[in-house]
Design a binder for this molecule. Structure first.
Ligand SMILES: C[S@@+](CC[C@H](N)C(=O)[O-])C[C@H]1O[C@@H](n2cnc3c(N)ncnc32)[C@H](O)[C@@H]1O
Length: 427
């Protein structure tokens, strides 16, 4: 017998939503969700509202093919709804996987995090002055993350302490799950102690670099927050969720025979030239999720909407529409901005070619009856709007998914004509 929804109150609305109910800001005060801030990630409130709107129960299985920092699987886990997610970026996959595990040995975890901080304090010190920072930096030089221009990212004093932290962490011995939590905490502080500004979707550098701080105090506070969060959720019953590392353009192979989804709740990259590989490069390099810049270029090329570095050269070679459907959907738009250079037309064509391949895979991994919610933003190229939500809906129609509605949730910049929408589909 089909169960009643575990989520009370079916009356939720997806128009005129607050920033907190759509964006990453909804996770800043939420246990576990707050461990790592990915600005273009969505609010747990949104994921929960969609689940409530769909009336999901324990009989359902939710798929998020663009996991990011794991907002959807984490929300489903504590609502006892089974879920799987897929993420192509190895660092974001790590974040999703670590956040969605079930931890029961909280006091052992607290001991491990505490011992690590004590060892770090005995090994590290905050530099007294600029000369001291340079001395420390030389001492830990071999452990500076192999990112381009590291001193743009961190002051000498902070970089020296981070290199020391990296040195300790790379050799540290602990239970694998505890080690992952140690790594998670360190990755969570890299941007907060950097010179990057946080208030833009894309990271930019502050003109006034952030001063040197005592990194041991920062990491100790992060581990306290993580332990507090684990204690606050540990008594709750939850479902097991699974996060896969892979490409959602090959979702059926990645999920290889896992449960079919009755619902998809997701947010793909928007066609706005935002690069997740670029944004996460300090993390990708800090704990060796990638070997070199070439691997980051490959990640960007594999990602939907990839446009940075090597991915741009791929676009410059020219991109033909995958088929007649993509061609006819895009022609009215690409013709308008083609005159300003072919690169953008190629970018948009590649983006929707990829979304078409993705939709073909969603067709395979969903149950015969399924409901989909795709959160997506529109774009503008050379002043010409591109209604990504409508184009996406038309692509899914090719695979038998009926459009139930497009709710425009919020404007992205007032008067720019940019908005974020949720596209509801079903079959
Ligand atoms: C808008 S974000 C998702 C954010 C997520 N809803 C959250 O709250 O964290 C889009 C994600 O899709 C990932 N991605 C891009 N192309 C992908 C692909 N081909 N397969 C799987 N993941 C991909 C990006 O790395 C990024 O993490």
């Amino acid at each position: 017998m089909r169960q009643r929804s575990l989520l009370p109150d079916n009356e939720v609305t997806f128009t005129s939503r607050s920033v907190k109910a759509v964006t990453f800001q909804g996770k800043l005060s939420r246990p576990i969700h707050r461990w790592y801030r990915l600005t273009p990630s969505f609010s747990p409130i949104l994921a929960e509202d969609i689940a409530r709107h769909f009336g999901l129960t324990e009989d359902d299985h939710v798929l998020d093919p663009f996991s990011g920092v794991g907002t959807v699987p984490l929300c489903m886990k504590y609502r006892r709804i089974g879920a799987s997610s897929i993420e192509v970026n190895p660092y974001l996959h790590f974040v999703s996987a670590v956040k969605t595990r079930t931890y029961t040995d909280i006091e052992e975890i607290a001991d491990c995090l505490g011992s690590f901080v004590r060892e770090y304090r005995s090994f590290n010190r905050a530099p007294k002055d600029a000369a001291d920072a340079q001395r420390l930096l030389r001492e830990h030089e071999a452990f500076i993350p192999p990112i381009h221009k590291p001193l743009r990212w961190w002051s000498e004093g902070n970089l020296a302490q981070l290199a020391c932290l990296r040195r300790l962490l790379l050799a540290y011995q602990a239970e694998p799950q505890h080690l992952d939590l140690l790594r998670m905490g360190v990755l969570g502080i890299l941007v907060p102690v950097s010179n990057a500004k946080h208030n833009h979707v894309s990271l930019t550098f502050d003109d006034n670099p952030r001063p040197t701080v005592n990194i041991a105090n920062v990491i100790a506070a992060k581990y306290r927050e993580m332990t507090e969060d684990l204690r606050s959720v540990c008594a709750q019953t939850c479902s097991e969720v699974r996060v896969y590392h892979g490409n959602s353009k090959a979702a059926s192979a990645v999920l290889h025979g896992g449960p079919k989804a009755s619902a998809v709740i997701t947010s793909p990259p928007y066609p706005n030239r935002f690069s997740y590989a670029r944004e996460t490069r300090p993390h990708l390099f800090f704990l060796n999720f990638v070997k070199n810049a070439e691997a980051v270029g490959q990640l960007e090329t594999d990602s939907i909407g990839g446009t940075w570095g090597k991915a741009t050269s791929v676009l410059a070679e020219g991109v033909a529409p995958l088929n007649r459907v993509v061609d006819s959907l895009l022609a009215p738009y690409t013709a308008r901005f083609n005159g300003s250079g072919e690169l953008m037309a190629n970018y948009v064509t590649k983006y929707f070619n990829d979304m078409y391949s993705h939709a073909a895979e969603i067709d395979k991994v969903c149950r015969s009856k399924a409901r989909l919610a795709y959160v997506i933003g529109n774009s503008k190229f050379y002043g010409h709007p591109l209604p990504s939500d409508e184009i996406l809906a038309a692509i899914f129609a090719e695979f038998g998914f009926r459009l139930d509605g497009i709710d425009r949730m919020r404007k992205r910049q007032s008067k720019s004509g940019l908005y974020e929408a949720v596209v509801f589909l079903s079959r």
